[in-house]
Ligand binder design. Structure first.
Ligand SMILES: [Zn+2]
Length: 484
């Protein structure tokens, strides 16, 4: 219940990835026992046991909003390869990012800390060295670690390289396509197939500009969704993401651009399929835990009329930007397994404690999420409200968008608040938050506002102070070229 929201924050902080029950014979038991919650009480659920040689392949499809994927119900067949993976594993319907911006969102996945706790509130900041990342934790547990990223917001200088033996980015260019990223990753995977590994793969393609390659895979991706040839959403943005609606954004131009976005998703999915095919053929997939997710969604043409804003993300806390895909496929020999679709509200902060528990690696604090492993065997977890915050904007923006903005998602309720006002939506009746219910439900809005204020008191402070900004002029220029 939302009245207990403040208590839930504390429970979520303390409970995290404590094992459900002592299981000395289980290779999945983590050593980081931070307490227990009702849902994780000893004996309350069967344990999920993964083989002791399980690897981790973690794929992030940048800028990929969940509702545009065919395995999330989209009408066009954008993601046949991810659909297959989801059918073989677990799909989380209500997974959200705490900040719809590339670096802070990925940093939350790999540290299990909210961007406010980490002090990373925008791209160009540097993840503090004090953070104990997933790669550092798995490397300490004996994993070979390799990362292959598609764009400069995740460049090694911004600190997510902590714990990786190999961390390869686009090198002097703002971004690169999925194909070279996949090839580098496949080469590294082949070289480390006999070791236990953690491989992070980042495909940046769905980010603007929307221009799938003019090759066989790109053509197939366009055909898959009915997108026209060409490059779309290519213009440099004006005023920190706010476009001035140009003449070419007539309704047919908007529709073609939205289809080109879907073609980029289809192209990234095809590259994902090639990577998975190689792992299947070599037998490695059978002993690999695979995660596919995204750092944030994308606003398409929904806000052109009201805000002169399109084909971007980070400035608004709508569901289309916060709701991310999260698919998890277990290795073949895992037991017990309960494939399924999970409606619980979960967060990128939950990834690290979940994966460490599944992989049997120590899970020492600090971390702010909780293990979702009970859900993988048909159990339950305690509900916890999901708090997101708009990224810091340092350039000129319209006054309406100045200052902090937060959102709180509790079940189907979505509360958004800034210094300029608040709004309340019910995803159950209104999936994309078009109808503000705060006037009809003032008491509920007030309760959420108090819960948010309480959360900020408990979780709103940077553990190591605000992260420093990179002073690399080349990186700043590259990010500006990408529209940041
Ligand atoms: Zn991103």
């Amino acid at each position: 219940m939302f009245r207990g929201a403040f208590g839930s924050f504390v429970i979520a902080w303390l409970a995290a990835c404590a094992p459900s029950e002592p299981a000395p014979s289980s290779p999945g038991a983590p050593s980081g026992d931070l307490g227990s919650s009702t849902a994780n009480a000893p004996g309350s659920r069967p344990r999920l046991v993964l083989p002791a040689d399980t690897n981790l392949l973690f794929v992030s499809l940048d800028t990929t909003r969940a509702d545009r994927l065919s395995c999330y119900g989209h009408s066009r067949p954008t993601t046949p390869n991810l659909d297959r993976l989801a059918a073989e594993g677990h799909r989380f319907v209500n997974a959200y990012t705490p900040m719809p911006t590339t670096l802070p969102s990925h940093a939350s996945m790999f540290t299990s800390l909210h961007p406010l706790e980490l002090g990373v509130l925008r791209n160009l900041q540097v993840v503090p060295s004090e953070a104990n990342t997933l790669a550092e934790r798995l490397k300490a547990a004996g994993f070979a670690t390799g990362a292959f990223v598609g764009a400069v917001p995740l460049d090694a200088q911004f600190g997510l390289n902590q714990g990786f033996d190999v961390y390869q980015g686009p090198r002097k260019r703002p971004e690169r396509r999925a194909a070279p990223v996949r090839k580098e990753a496949a080469k590294w995977l082949a070289e480390h197939a006999s070791e236990r590994f953690f491989c992070f793969v980042h495909f940046y393609d769905a980010h603007a500009p929307y221009d799938p390659p003019n090759d066989a895979l790109g053509d197939a991706a366009r055909a898959q969704v009915g997108a026209p040839a060409g490059a779309f959403a290519t213009d440099p943005r004006v005023d920190c993401g706010f476009i001035k609606p140009p003449a070419e954004l007539a309704s047919d131009g908007l529709a073609a651009t939205a289809l080109a976005y879907e073609a980029e998703i289809a192209y990234a999915d095809a590259e994902l399929g090639l990577l998975l095919d190689e792992l299947r053929a070599s037998g490695v997939l059978a002993r690999t835990l695979v995660v596919v997710t995204s750092d944030h969604g994308e606003t398409l043409d929904e806000l052109v009329a009201t805000h002169g804003y399109a084909f971007d993300h980070g400035e608004f806390l709508h569901r289309r930007e916060l709701n991310i895909p999260f698919v998890l496929r277990l290795p073949d020999a895992s037991s017990p397994v309960a494939p399924g679709v999970h409606p619980e509200v979960v967060s990128t902060l939950d990834f690290l404690p979940t994966l460490l528990e599944l992989l049997g690696a120590p899970c020492a604090p600090p971390f702010g999420g909780r293990s979702l492993s009970p859900l993988l065997v048909g159990g339950t977890i305690a509900s916890a409200p999901m708090i997101s915050r708009r990224h810091d904007m340092t350039e000129w923006i319209p006054p309406r968008f100045s200052g902090e903005e937060f959102s709180l998602i509790d079940g189907s309720w979505h509360f958004v608040e800034s210094a300029h006002g608040h709004a309340l939506f019910d995803f159950a009746r209104d999936p994309f938050g078009a109808h503000d219910l705060s006037k009809q439900e003032p008491q509920r809005a007030e309760t959420f506002s108090r819960a948010l204020a309480n959360w900020r008191k408990v979780r709103g402070r940077a553990l190591w102070g605000e992260a420093k900004l990179s002073d690399d002029p080349d990186a700043k220029a590259a990010l500006e070229e990408l529209g940041y």
